[in-house]
Design a protein around this ligand. Structure first.
Ligand code: C5P
Length: 407
């Protein structure tokens, strides 16, 4: 494929070197189009060496070959990574005062954009309006991820990891050679995935919830769909824009289920048609049996809530499993060390009766909300059969590798 990689002026440009490298290694012809500002972070020499093609920022080079239009018209795929708030604004307005702007106007190829900026800039109404405009035009937005930012702050704004950008871009272009995994190894598999944290109502304005962001479950759904599966994604509460890519994926159907009871009904129905079921949702273990119709008022300084235990959805799915169906659970454990985590995982896998359990450590500062994860996989051999750490997408791909080994 003829791939144009646009780079705008953010520190994350150093990570885009990996994107270009991965595409070149996979046999694609890659042309890098940096903005002037991008060259302050990574210079022409690096881009030329990695892409093996000349690099220019100017529309006035190679005028005889009409290079400024040729790049856009020849492209099968255009990636912009990192996309700064400024470049996103220019894209939304169709401004073409540099080679990247001209290329983006001249192309009809799929465009995949990986934003990177400070959280305050990402959250600004102007940036959000520009993102909405770009989405409406069919441009795929991947990320930004949530995590530490340059300068010590933390929040949404980090560019997603290179492997995720490459996977999203190749999927958008309909290519099959996603780096690290053949894109079609789950072809035609029917998959049901749950994600997010359920919320159990107390009264019209309050609920019992948990800190699950939904990122890991959504990554599991996206990985499966990018590898060819048809995915029914049942989502409880998820953070911010976490569901966005799934909502636009041609092989993912998203259904919302906000309480444990709704999740139970939705997952039973979804599992009835699935070859593989992954319960990645954080389901409330307890709910309030009598939800108040009116907002509970503070009267005597204390409030006692009676809670009843919710049915274990996964246990029900295991009981009613279809022939040859593979069932996967997640377990978040507050273990002291890896040995304890392993022991707990092995015991829980057996108790739940699932084929595979992904076990991760959680604590006040670990496991939730971040873009990264570290898990052990335990199967019916009562051993840790695989480990995975890194982006939640990398963990998701490792999960599907483990599922394939079992099937
Ligand atoms: O027992 P524990 O809650 O740690 O088990 C976690 C696994 O069980 C997850 O896969 C979760 O989605 C699932 N679960 C469930 N129904 C519940 C509680 C948890 O299906 N009520």
């Amino acid at each position: 494929m003829f791939v144009v990689v646009g780079v705008s002026g953010g520190i994350a440009a150093y990570k885009t070197v990996q994107v270009v490298r991965a595409l070149v290694t996979n046999g694609h012809e890659v042309h890098v189009v940096p903005t002037e500002d991008a060259l302050r972070f990574v210079g022409t020499t690096t881009w030329e060496a990695i892409s093996r093609h000349p690099v220019t920022t100017s529309v006035h080079d190679d005028v005889a070959e009409v290079r400024h239009v040729a790049l856009g018209t020849q492209a099968d795929l255009v990636i912009v990574a990192p996309a700064t708030a400024n470049t996103l604004a220019k894209m939304a307005a169709g401004i073409s005062d540099n080679l990247l702007g001209v290329t983006l106007l001249a192309t009809t190829a799929p465009v995949v954009v990986a934003p990177a900026m400070h959280t305050a800039m990402w959250d600004h109404a102007a940036t959000q309006a520009n993102i909405a405009t770009l989405r409406e035009r069919g441009i795929r937005i991947v990320g930004p991820a949530d995590g530490p930012l340059t300068g010590g702050d933390s929040g949404p704004g980090r560019m997603v990891e290179p492997d995720e950008i490459v996977a999203a871009a190749l999927a958008a272009a309909g290519a099959v050679d996603v780096v690290g995994a053949p894109a079609s190894d789950l072809a035609d598999l029917r998959v049901a995935v749950s994600t997010g944290g359920t919320r159990e109502p107390i009264d019209p304005v309050r609920y019992l919830g948990n800190r699950s962001s939904g990122k890991q479950g959504v990554a599991v759904a996206l990985a499966a769909a990018d590898r060819g599966a048809y995915v029914h994604l049942v989502a409880a509460h998820v953070e911010g824009t976490v569901l966005d890519r799934a909502l636009h994926h041609p092989r993912i159907a998203v259904e919302r289920a906000l309480t444990a009871a709704e999740m139970d009904a939705s997952m039973r129905a979804a599992a009835g048609e699935a070859d593989v079921v992954v319960m990645a949702a954080a389901v409330a273990d307890f709910s309030v049996p009598e939800v108040s119709d009116v907002k509970i008022r503070k009267e005597d300084g204390t409030l006692t809530l009676d809670l009843i235990e919710n049915p274990d959805i996964l246990a029900g799915l295991v009981r009613d499993r279809r022939p040859a169906q593979t069932l996967v659970g997640f377990a978040a454990e507050t273990a002291a060390d890896e040995a304890e985590l392993r022991e707990r995982g092995i015991r829980k896998r057996a108790r739940k009766g699932v084929d595979l359990l992904a076990v991760n450590r959680v604590g006040w500062t670990q496991g939730f909300e971040s873009g990264e994860n570290a898990v052990l996989f335990v199967d019916a051999s009562d051993e840790v059969t695989a480990r995975a750490s890194g982006t939640k997408r990398a963990v998701a791909d490792a999960l599907w590798d483990a599922v394939l080994r079992l099937r």
